[in-house]
Design a protein around this ligand. Structure first.
Ligand code: GLA
Length: 376
């Protein structure tokens, strides 16, 4: 199956790490459905690391920890499917997972079959504890092929953190998304770092194999496994907008059972989700305002001819952005201009004499969906 839009869902790792169990996952799944997050397309429920026993059974099969998952993984899959959701699981290309549970090295075909039997729809595949040989790309191709022969359509979510020139080979593995970054943490420094890491690799993402900037920390507020100090709401808005504009998968990482209203509003922002999920699948591009890495301007031409424009201020002072409409594809004397609304505030903008002007406070963003209209 070709993946046409960035996959969306919820993943256990950011908040819960090893403290996962069937109740938590099904309760969170209920919340996805009850709150409308599932209707907004957050469909994958991904059980990350720490779900299995430390040893395989005598036939070499992975075994779900019976204390955490008393009814087993097939039951969990059935329950998620019954709610209209999809089931994601986690394994690793090395001998161990990153949290030192059994990995899939040399058991790729067996494990792919097991996941297929359980009803898994997505496999996140990590990069810890690998041998030097075969190398990572060979191991990822192996699992990609094993999944393709598992008898079930399973989205391969490669998680090699961009290491070992991942972008050069990930498209050969069958992956539908690829982690382009080290792990995210719930701090503005981490968000900023992950955004800046995209500058050189955008051409490697897009329809077929999306460039994954890691799970969202929106709404974590310093709680959980990757909690750190947390972010302000403006910083979370910037984070979410960047992931949407840059066509990253959107995997919620907060505790959805205890989400506040602002978190919910960010995660369900309609104009941003429309940009994220734009089916034309044009790639975004980035210009750095005045060559400053901390002032990226992200642009994406949308399927209906609109232009998404993100002005990101990752500096400590105000930023007075100006963007020539010419740079966005609208020359001054074309008889056209750009008009639009900001996605979070509804504030309007319009190009005057061929220039768009906006002032953005520190650690904040302004994202416009612009229409090309007649100038008069
Ligand atoms: C790696 C991955 C994370 C998470 C952990 C689990 O660090 O990058 O996303 O899956 O492993 O141990």
């Amino acid at each position: 199956m070709t993946i046409h839009t960035p996959p969306m869902g919820w993943n256990t790792w950011n908040t819960f790490a090893k403290d996962i169990n069937e109740d938590l996952i099904l309760r969170s799944a209920d919340v996805l459905v009850e709150t409308g997050l599932a209707a907004a397309e957050y469909k994958y429920v991904v059980v990350d690391d720490c779900w299995s026993l430390r040893e395989r059974d005598k036939n070499g099969h992975l075994v779900a920890d019976p204390e955490k998952f008393p009814h087993g993984m097939k039951y969990l899959a059935d329950e998620l499917h019954r709610r209209g959701l999809k089931f994601g699981m986690y394994s690793c290309s090395g001998a161990l997972t990153c949290a030192e549970y059994p990995g899939s090295l040399n058991r790729e075909y067996l494990d792919a079959r097991t996941f297929a039997r359980w009803g898994v729809d997505l496999l996140k595949y990590d990069y810890c504890f690998r041998p030097q040989s075969p190398d990572g790309e060979t191991l990822f191709r192996r699992m990609g092929l094993a999944l393709a022969n598992s008898g079930r359509d399973i989205l391969f979510s490669g998680c090699s953190w961009g290491a070992d020139d991942t972008p050069k080979w990930i498209g050969t593995t069958g992956a539908g998304m690829w982690r382009s970054t080290p792990d995210i943490f719930d701090s503005f420094d981490s968000i900023k770092d992950l955004i800046k890491r995209q500058y050189g690799i955008l051409p490697y993402g897009g329809v077929g194999c999306f460039n994954d900037m890691d799970m969202l920390v929106v709404g974590m507020h310093g709680k959980g496994n990757v909690g750190l100090k947390g972010c302000t709401d403006d910083e979370y808005r910037l984070h979410f907008a960047a992931w949407c504009l840059l066509a990253s998968p959107l995997m919620i990482g907060c505790d959805v059972r205890n989400m506040d209203e602002t978190t919910y509003a960010i995660l369900t922002n309609k104009p941003l989700l429309a940009i994220s999920q734009d089916t034309r699948g044009n790639r975004p591009y980035i210009r750095r305002f005045f060559d400053c890495d901390d002032l990226p301007i992200v642009v994406r031409i949308l399927g209906n001819g609109d232009v998404a424009l993100g002005l990101f201020n990752m500096t400590e002072g105000n930023a007075n952005f100006w963007v020539p409409a010419d740079d966005l594809g609208v020359p001054v004397f074309s008889g056209k201009k750009l008009v639009g609304e900001e996605v979070y505030t509804g504030k309007t903008i319009e190009s005057r004499n061929g220039v768009l002007l906006d002032k953005v406070p520190p650690h904040a963003c302004a994202v416009y969906r612009l229409r090309v209209v007649n100038a008069k």
